[in-house]
Design a protein around this ligand. Structure first.
Ligand code: NAD
Ligand code: MN
Length: 354
């Protein structure tokens, strides 16, 4: 019997709803299998902040360190500023465990409609690789003379050769593992003439290590139009922290809903646990009502299972997810349906047990 020790951190908003559902689905998947999932729940987030003045304990990384993986919901509370919730919890874990590759698959699942009128489901199949440790979200900068007319504020974007090389290499390798073997490198080196030029140069150098991968370069603004007009021309995409953040919400919307999109914050060297989460946030407008679409979290669990070396279980869960999305009766409100979150969970569990 193999036991996977999983830290589950629901966080806030609908994170508190979808993470318990994901535990249920994973337990259903483990039934009659020679594996168990041992979940340890960490109730960090907005309520913890109101009690302790911080989103998680200062030494909070310690109990996570030896876990096989982390399942994360969302950081974001209607009554706490977003930069405090995000930096105090999610980014603390991403940076603390140097999860430098954020991987975001996007596909149009069966039964789901894309807002793109001329796009067939097989014409949109992307993986966005987001640099997750530096760049625009390095956290460097400051404010002075607050509230005075002479106030100044800065956020400094930092790119290091080590940081850019490792994410480009990861992206080329991922592109190589996919049938198309094509990578698009997103840039903005026309306007940002230092770091982004280095980014381009490093991409060109790393490309030489992967002669079987074709690649091209696209400016980030042009990339938005290309995603809409020529989705089939893209496959694997690598971009900086900020660029990929924006592009992946667009990608999620083009694939039908933010509620479906999964992600993994990966430490490719496996020095630390990796963290899997839906890309959506706390969804204040629907939280506490049982309306959240849990598919983004379930798909994130598929990524987690693959990362853990359980591809058979991962495929089984993905097939169950696709069988459920194929049925419009089981679509939640974000997909134009009337189903509740529980209906989706129950249907996925039923598919698994068949
Ligand atoms: P959001 O993702 O929370 O919501 C955007 C819209 O999408 C809302 O209308 C919401 O109802 C809908 N939506 C999102 N997920 C859904 C789901 N699973 N099912 C159905 N509908 C869904 O983004 P936001 O409104 O910009 O942010 C709200 C809070 O979440 C903020 O505090 C923000 O900082 C935080 N946030 C956290 C993360 C994270 O922790 N990874 C990511 C994004 C936003
Ligand atoms: Mn985002």
């Amino acid at each position: 019997m193999k036991t996977y020790n999983i830290a589950s951190i629901p966080g806030d908003g609908i994170g508190k709803e979808v993470i318990p559902e994901c535990e249920i689905v994973l337990q259903a998947l483990a039934a009659n299998q020679p594996i168990t999932f041992a979940f340890e729940r960490f109730d960090w987030g907005g309520d913890y902040y109101r009690q302790h003045g911080k989103m998680m304990p200062d030494d909070g990384l310690e109990p996570l360190r030896n876990k096989d993986a982390i399942l994360f919901g969302s950081a974001g509370d209607p009554n706490i500023p977003d930069h405090i919730t995000l930096w105090g919890l999610r980014l603390k874990i991403c940076q603390g465990f140097d999860q430098y590759a954020n991987v975001r698959p996007t596909r149009i699942l069966p039964g789901i409609e894309t807002p793109l009128r001329h796009c067939q489901p097989n014409q949109l199949d992307w993986v966005i690789v987001r640099e997750n440790s530096e760049g625009e979200y390095a956290g460097l900068g400051g404010r002075a003379h607050q509230g005075h007319p002479i106030e100044v504020a800065s956020d400094m974007s930092i790119m290091t050769r080590v940081g850019v090389e490792r994410i480009q290499r990861f992206a080329f390798k991922l592109a190589q593992s996919r049938p198309r073997k094509h990578l698009t490198v997103i840039t903005k080196s026309n306007a940002q003439r230092h770091a982004m030029v280095m980014w381009d140069e490093i991409a060109r150098d790393i490309a030489r290590e992967f002669p079987d991968v074709t690649w091209d370069k696209e400016l980030v603004d042009a990339a938005t139009a290309r995603m809409v007009n020529r989705p089939e021309s893209l496959d694997t995409i690598v971009a900086t922290n900020l660029h990929a953040d924006v592009l992946s919400d667009l990608a999620a919307a083009l694939a039908g809903s933010l509620g479906i999109a999964p992600t993994g914050n990966i430490d490719p060297e496996r020095r630390y646990p990796s963290m899997f989460e839906p890309i959506h946030g706390s969804a204040f407008d629907i939280m506490g009502k049982g309306l959240a679409n849990p598919i983004g979290t379930f798909w994130s669990a598929v990524m987690m299972l693959n990362h853990l070396g359980e591809p058979t279980l991962a495929n089984r869960l993905m097939q169950a997810i696709e069988a459920v999305t194929a049925n419009p009766q089981l679509h939640t409100r974000d997909l134009g349906g009337n189903a509740m979150m529980k209906d989706v969970t129950n249907a996925v569990c039923e598919e698994i047990s068949q």
